[in-house]
Design a protein around this ligand. Sequence first.
Ligand SMILES: NC(=O)c1ccc[n+]([C@@H]2O[C@H](COP(=O)([O-])OP(=O)(O)OC[C@H]3O[C@@H](n4cnc5c(N)ncnc54)[C@H](O)[C@@H]3O)[C@@H](O)[C@H]2O)c1
Length: 254
Amino acid sequence: MEFQGKTAISTGAASGMGLLFAQNWADLGGNVVMCDVNEEALKTFAEEINSKKKGKAIGVACDVRDYFQVCAARDRAVKIFGSIDIMCNFAGGTAVRMQKVDHTQYPEFPDVPIDVYDWGIDVNLKGPFYFAHAVLKQMREQKSGLIINIGSITGQEGDGYGMDYPTSKAGLMFGLTKSIAQYGSKYGIRCVCVSPGPVLTRAAMANMKTLLGRAAEPQEIIDLILFIASDKGQSINGENIMIDGGRNAAGRRC
Ligand SMILES: NC(=O)c1ccc[n+]([C@@H]2O[C@H](COP(=O)([O-])OP(=O)(O)OC[C@H]3O[C@@H](n4cnc5c(N)ncnc54)[C@H](O)[C@@H]3O)[C@@H](O)[C@H]2O)c1
């Protein structure tokens, strides 16, 4: 696979899979705009990528909840690299975990302050929606592009406590991805949702069951995305692809 001269935007790029994607993309010769709220980490990782002298990276502080910051990130990408060939929406996570909500203080869903869930819906759902709106303008002009949304097994299963997360992820897996594909096809633009089961960006994910008896390595998720972006993946469009060790197929067996 080779992505020489192609430009990616990766959100959540200061950590986990967003970072790993950026590193892989640049290793394969592509340019990458790394977006995150963690400016310091972005700077360090972008420098690290640039020191390898393969693809180029820039770090752009961007809160995906803010449409103006999203548009500014798109404009930086186009100004510096000239195109946006792939947009990957990695920024996300369950609000109760990301915001360190104390389960004992707020034991059930209606007890958790609503602004916690607002954050979750804004980052996980509105962020990718905002980025779609922003980058599709550019991709329409180019008459090409690929948008990757990141769903989750939880979007399929639900979660009676962290409800923002499955609600948002299901929105990406079944609504936004198909809708972008429907709009984009006449301009040669594809959209695919990649929905992992447990991934070892955190050790705790090893406790989640799958039919294979293991969580995925982050690289396995990135490899799938790179395949979708490559010449061999060009027919994949408008679909949600689970990559979950068979957890979704397991029913009660897990
Ligand atoms: N790890 C898993 O087991 C798993 C499973 C299914 C789906 N996912 C999804 O994959 C994606 C990446 O997961 P990960 O475990 O690699 O994530 P991570 O927790 O390692 O990284 C998330 C990044 O998002 C950034 N971020 C948070 N709020 C932001 C905002 N408002 N604007 C911009 N950036 C923001 C954080 O700073 C962080 O760098 C997420 O969408 C997650 O929901 C993960």
